[in-house]
Design a binder for this molecule. Structure first.
Ligand SMILES: C[S@@+](CC[C@H](N)C(=O)[O-])C[C@H]1O[C@@H](n2cnc3c(N)ncnc32)[C@H](O)[C@@H]1O
Length: 191
C-alpha cells in the first residue's frame, strides 16, 4: 500500500487518530444520504432487529433506530475512534437500551446464528479483507427471510460488477442491484 492509500485508510477505511477523527466528521455528513436511501430500500419494520457493519461515525445507526422504534439496533466496527463518535451520536438510544455498539469485524460477528432481520453496510465492504468469509458470516447471523443491503456512494471506489455472483455464491437468493447517479445498493435475502 502506498503513502496516499495509507492516509485514506487512516481517515476513512479503518479510521484512526486525528485523521480518523476528521474522516468521521466528513463521513457523517457525506454518507448520510446514502445510508437513508439504503435503509429505505431495506424496508425496515418497526420491531426489526437490525445490524450495521462498519457503522463509522454512527449516522446510519441513528436512522436505523428511528426506522425500528420498537426493535433493536446493533453495530460493530473495528475502529475505536468510530466507536467513540458513534456512541456520542447515539447516546440517548444507547441509554434507553435500543442501540448496542461494539468493536468487532465482519469476518467474526459476535452474534448467535439467526439473530437479525436486517443487515446493512455502507461504504464498508470495499475495505473488508476477506469478503467471502464476511458474506458467510453475515448470512449465518441473519434470520431466514432476513435481508441484507450493501450500499455504496458513487465515490466509494466499489465496482458493483460481480457482487450479485458473490452474494449468490454465499447462499443468498434474489440478489439485485439498485443504482442511482449518486449511489448503488446490493440487496439479497437469506432463503
Ligand atoms: C468508509 S467507512 C464508512 C463508515 C460509515 N458506514 C459511513 O458510511 O459513513 C468504512 C467503515 O468500515 C469499517 N471497517 C473496516 N474494516 C472492517 C471490517 N473488517 N469489519 C467491519 N467493519 C470494518 C471502518 O472502521 C469504517 O468505520
Amino acid at each position: 500500500m502506498g503513502a496516499f492509500e495509507r492516509v485514506l485508510m487512516r481517515a476513512f477505511g479503518r479510521p484512526e487518530g486525528v485523521l480518523g477523527r476528521l474522516g468521521g466528521t466528513v463521513m457523517a455528513r457525506m454518507n448520510q444520504p446514502c445510508a437513508a436511501w439504503t435503509i429505505g430500500l431495506l424496508e425496515i419494520r418497526e420491531n426489526d432487529r437490525a445490524l450495521e457493519i462498519g457503522f463509522g461515525p454512527g449516522a446510519g445507526i441513528q436512522l436505523l433506530a428511528a426506522a425500528a422504534p420498537s426493535g433493536h439496533v446493533d453495530g460493530i466496527d473495528p475502529s475505536q475512534e468510530m466507536l467513540e463518535q458513534a456512541t456520542a451520536r447515539n447516546a440517548a438510544a444507547i441509554a434507553r437500551g435500543r442501540v448496542s455498539l461494539r468493536i468487532g469485524s465482519v469476518e467474526r460477528l459476535p452474534f448467535e446464528d439467526n439473530t437479525f432481520d436486517k443487515v446493512l453496510a455502507i461504504n464498508s465492504m470495499q475495505v473488508w479483507p476477506d469478503s467471502e468469509t464476511a458474506l458467510a458470516e453475515i448470512r449465518r447471523a441473519m434470520k431466514t427471510r432476513g435481508a441484507v443491503a450493501l450500499g455504496f456512494t458513487a465515490y466509494s471506489g466499489q465496482q458493483p460488477g460481480g457482487l450479485i455472483e458473490r452474494l449468490t455464491a454465499a447462499g443468498f437468493v434474489g440478489a439485485k442491484l439498485v443504482e442511482t447517479d449518486k449511489a448503488s445498493c446490493m440487496l439479497a435475502v437469506k432463503a
